[in-house]
Design a protein around this ligand. Structure first.
Ligand code: ASN
Ligand code: ZN
Ligand code: CA
Length: 328
């Protein structure tokens, strides 16, 4: 049958009306993004295995009913693809131009989303109670970034390396949210602020002061490696915030932040654009499966040297941000 790459439009749960990469196959449109490695989005229809059915539509205008979460997931994968390509020069998760795929409506009242190395795919639950579908842009970019980490540094998902693995997904999840410039989902330094996962409107995680979630750590200590990876990510998330925006109080896009430092010294931010380049270079060049916080510091200093020079303002700021989370 004839196939043609198309651009549809869709309205998701979170992102407002967005354009979608689709494919016209015979007389129906499919959620298959020909411009981005052929990324497909499937309806698991409450199942928990396989791929279910590929989303199809008669007029290439998507959304409503079962399609809404699919619009978000497809848009999230496309925006994350574009961020890695246009900002970091990476073509897909393996840098080979090949797409993964997304599955929505996983299980019943499932309040999570995940990346899987075995299917090379992202999966999203519908949420339960007051929690909404887990398909917000920062969550989608977080999950897809697990694929990138898995195929680069391969940070082992336990101990300090596990915290760094989680933080990598929060950092790039946040970077993608900013990159999107979506008027319905402005950039912030919060993770999962749209999905109401706590039922009271609060986000899942805070990068300016991770301990605001009640469990994450703000600073490195020798016991960091013994807590859950979604909490040992805290200090590295804090490093990303401090290096991007600097310490102290600040309001951005209507959200107030107040980021403390371990050493009491002020940190001056160098901007997110440089921070994401430094972390990405460290992740893809210097980190390994066993990199811990101390080694991550060294890795980012090497990356900052490569990008901006040893002793540059950026190098010194990277060093100061690590000291501010008690790594030196
Ligand atoms: N949503 C979680 C995450 O990406 C799933 C997990 O615990 N691995 O971290
Ligand atoms: Zn994660
Ligand atoms: Ca966010």
């Amino acid at each position: 049958a004839d196939e043609r790459i198309e651009t549809g439009t869709g309205t998701g749960v979170y992102s407002g009306t967005v354009t979608l990469g689709t494919t016209l196959n015979g007389s129906s449109y499919e959620l298959r993004d020909g411009a981005r490695g052929g990324h497909r989005t499937y309806d698991l229809n409450q199942g928990t295995s396989g791929t279910g059915t590929l989303f199809k539509d008669a007029d290439d205008v998507w959304g409503g009913g079962r399609q809404s979460a699919a619009v978000d997931a497809h848009y999230g994968a496309a925006t994350t693809w574009d961020f890695y390509k246009n900002v970091l020069g990476r073509s897909g998760i393996k840098n080979d131009g090949v797409a993964s795929y997304s599955r929505v409506h996983y299980g019943n009242s499932y309040v999570n989303a995940f990346w899987s190395d075995s299917c090379f795919c992202m999966t999203y639950g519908d949420g339960a109670g007051n929690a909404n579908p887990l398909t917000s842009l920062d969550v989608a970019a977080h999950e897809m970034s697990h694929g990138v980490t898995s195929n680069t540094a391969g940070l082992r998902y336990s101990g300090e390396s596990g915290g760094l693995n989680e933080a990598t997904s929060d950092m790039f999840g946040t970077s993608v949210e900013w990159y999107a410039k979506n008027t319905k989902d402005a950039g912030d330094y919060l993770i999962g602020e749209r999905i109401n996962i706590n039922g009271d409107g609060t986000p899942l995680r805070y990068m300016d002061k991770p301990s605001k979630d009640g469990a994450s750590r703000d600073y490195w200590s020798s016991t960091l490696g013994s807590i859950d990876v979604h909490y040992s990510s805290g200090p590295a998330n804090h490093w990303y915030y401090l290096l991007s925006e600097g310490s102290g109080a600040k309001t951005i896009n209507g959200v107030s932040y107040n980021s403390p430092t371990y050493d009491g010294k002020a940190v001056t931010g160098i901007g997110r654009a440089k921070v994401e380049k430094i972390w990405y270079k460290a992740l893809t060049t210097y980190m390994t499966s066993t990199t811990n916080y101390k080694a991550a510091r060294t890795a980012t200093l090497s990356a900052a040297t490569d990008l901006y020079g040893s002793g540059s303002a950026e190098y010194n700021a990277v060093n100061a941000a690590w000291a501010a989370i008690n790594v030196r």
